[in-house]
Design a protein around this ligand. Sequence first.
Ligand SMILES: Nc1nc2c(ncn2[C@@H]2O[C@H](COP(=O)(O)OP(=O)(O)OP(=O)(O)O)[C@@H](O)[C@H]2O)c(=O)[nH]1
Ligand SMILES: [Mg+2]
Length: 429
Amino acid sequence: MNFVDQVKITVQAGDGGDGSISFRHEKFIAKGGPDGGDGGDGGDIIFEASANQDTLANFRYKKIIKAENGDRGSFNNRHGKRGKDQIILVPIGTLIYNQDQLLVDLVQNHQREIIAKGGQGGFGNAHFISSTRQAPKFAEKGLKGQKLELKLELKMIADVGLIGLPNVGKSSLISRISQARPKIADYSFTTLKPSLGMLDFRGQAILIADIPGLIAGASSGKGLGFDFLRHIERTKILVHVIDISSSDPFEDYLTIRHELETYQIDLKIKPEIIVLNKVDLLSQTEVERITNDFKKKLKIKTSILKISTQSLFGLDDLKDLIYREVNKVNQLQPKNEIDQETVKVINFDHLSSKISRKFVVSKIADNKFKVIGQDLENLVNKTDFNNSEAINRLHNLLIKRGLVNELKKQGAKDDCLVYLADHKIDFLF
Ligand SMILES: Nc1nc2c(ncn2[C@@H]2O[C@H](COP(=O)(O)OP(=O)(O)OP(=O)(O)O)[C@@H](O)[C@H]2O)c(=O)[nH]1
Ligand SMILES: [Mg+2]
């Protein structure tokens, strides 16, 4: 399993379908009333957190993801079909950014968020019939769907983080207590990327992350650890694996603790289980001596377990302790509290469904103006500039919305040039 924890992708919501221009054909009636239907809206881009996903690796090959376009309207007042939404599954713990702004942090299984909105469908000509306009020969164009460049970042939300120096037996441990089968070898930095394993204990699924070995200086970028410290931030408890046969197990312990503290992981609130591994390599008396010495030096009250992933000694006790510690944290931190936190970071300004009619006009040169405002931009984008009736309608709307007045106020003269959305408009008052 490849582990990718940061990717850039482009998402493109569906375009709205164009409205249709059509007139009823009835027997004996030369020209019936307008019956062009509206275009369908484009599909949205929706992200969903899923426990079945554990990496962002798929996105390395799939850089552009699109939702379906809405269909065009057609005769007989037929609405175009709405484009299908595109639902993108990502692992729990995926953060979604647009231009360095956090849009959402998907922390719960099945949590869904709309990230890019499909374009609105355009009105068909039947929509524009009025007492003064019996036979409108124009329709609106559909709006383009939102296109966003996103950065996805995975900060795993595992229950347990396995930490420790390289080569102490973290991967051996996860392969003994879960279904995960990472590479195990007798050298440092065998594990290059975090991987996940599921410990199934007393009917509960406990997610464990095997994190690459940390070394002194990891918090300032040494070794491989730095990139992965952020995963540790989000685990509920830590299992700190130490090689009991090392020359100074307690010093090893302090090295890792120091790195975590420097990275500002609040260790006071993160329970830790200390595991002295490889006890099969030493005599029982040596094991006891080192363990007692360790306990003496360790002034805080932390659980210490002796294990061997080789002989399987102590693994049942460890599973039991992990189970109890994880559930302690779960009780202190009910799920809905996490939800509250999440809601705070969501920033969905770009999806606001209430489109403001405010606009800003700025003079960029003599008789040239730039206009910014979502409502006016939408009106322009819906206009078919090959159709004089559609252009007339746009002109009237721009007068109604107050644009002409504002232009005049700023000294615009007849035949001024107006930049609006992606269009340049020669404006005649
Ligand atoms: N004798 C003995 N050897 C062990 C035990 N646990 C792990 N090992 C050995 O220690 C070496 C390192 O094990 P890994 O599980 O790859 O260690 P790691 O902590 O994941 O190492 P990195 O991924 O490099 O950080 C391997 O040769 C294992 O076979 C144990 O309980 N007893
Ligand atoms: Mg490893």
